[in-house]
Design a protein around this ligand. Sequence first.
Ligand code: GAP
Length: 513
Amino acid sequence: MAQEDVFKKVVSHCKEYGFVFPSSEIYDGLAAVYDYGQNGVELKNNIKQYWWQSMVLLHDNIVGIDSAIFMHPTIWKASGHVDAFNDPLIDNRDSKKRYRADVLIEDQIAKYDEKIDKEVAKAAKRFKENFNEEQYRTTSPKVLELQEKRDALHERYSKAMNAMDLDELRQIILDEEIVCPISGTRNWTEVRQFNLMFSTEMGSTADGSMKVYLRPETAQGIFVNYLNVQKTGRMKIPFGIAQIGKAFRNEIVARQFIFRMREFEQMEMQFFVKPGTELDWFKTWKETRLKWHKALGFGSENYRFHDHEKLAHYANAATDIEFLMPFGFKEVEGIHSRTNFDLSQHEKFSGKSIKYFDPELGESYTPYVIETSIGVDRMFLSVLSASYKEEQLENGETRVVLSLPPALAPVKLAVLPLVKKDGLPEKAREIVNELKFHFNTQYDEKDSIGKRYRRQDAIGTPFCVTVDHETLSDNCVTLRNRDTMKQERVPINQLNAIIADQVSLTSLLKKLI
Ligand code: GAP
């Protein structure tokens, strides 16, 4: 199946099976805002639990907080968001559509990459087993020419972005003859800066209201609580503070479903360290976070690091963990060595000392910070895209199955009475009532058993049990495995022991140690 088709199918599957709905749909929706349905919220909560427990439960030097979305507006001045949280925008005069200039150029760079890959794939087909990819990439005149153009563009673009040279960004778009995908023309306006923060008024106008922002990241809630947590928790450096919460950005290029949203959720952890040790900790957190992703079992080849060439002025190292989405490798998580920029800025703007007294050194300093920042929604999309499968069965039918890691699946067990009579529904409900205290268990009696299995496969339920007439006498049920579709007869009183361990977060968390 073409990757484009996979993506379309994932989006419609999300809607059809209660994972994700467009927000305000009966009013024709609200762009780049989505709601999570009955299965989506369970999967999302499981992802959040996996992250939270891996941070707070498994590390005795990491604690969590839940700070407010509204914060004092000066915080966003101190953090640099008021002045610099901007995207460079450009309009096409014919289509009246607005684009991010940097995204137009990055897409152009990606086109060169695609062309190169196509050339390589063509040659691989032609030369078959004699093909040496590395040699071809370094000697083929066509590939070399494309590579040279690509690298020159990349260098020019990086320079322009580093200097935030808006005229140069526009000139690149003109020189590369980039056209508007809607109008097909090159009738571009100037490039302008656009701040991504949403703002609103707090307080009544009679009292004098104050402009406040919806937070564009959860991290600042951690920085401004650093002292509270350090003192009340008697935390010793190195230590971390974790938080999960909503963030808001007025994204202009909102596309690719829940990949880029205007309201989304972040899971961020700020790890406070002694100055000079930050690059070692950066390395440690890179490895720790990649291990967390890989433990889900989607295959190592689907992940890669993308180290930043253009560093924010406050960072001395930064990387993204990218995942192979149906639309290419994309950032799911950022890991940043943010120096002591944020704490120093809050010290300066608040006038309060935010120093740490290090008892071992006998001196005070402003801690350095390693940040790990992952979007819940992007993680959700990566999990769904990697799990969505269409399988050809021996009987010629196709089954759609979400091979979710069992610990993340919304429902762990479906209990299905073979028929809706003869006491089977009552027996099935008895099993549900017993097991629902251990894991998410669902009762389903509608339609044929085959259809019910398909429905559970489609939402990724790892196990189904069927209650039949024999169950009433032998107290055994047929247990069906989602992935193998194998069925076995097991005693009801052993169900919990067989299933609980396989679907628990604990078994996933143990892979991290
Ligand atoms: N505190 C650092 C920070 O916010 P970021 O790279 O801007 O860094 C971190 O965002 C993560 O948040 C990203 O890797 C991505 O997963 C998620 N994210 C950012 N913008 C998003 C958006 N508009 N929609 C969905 N997720 C987003």
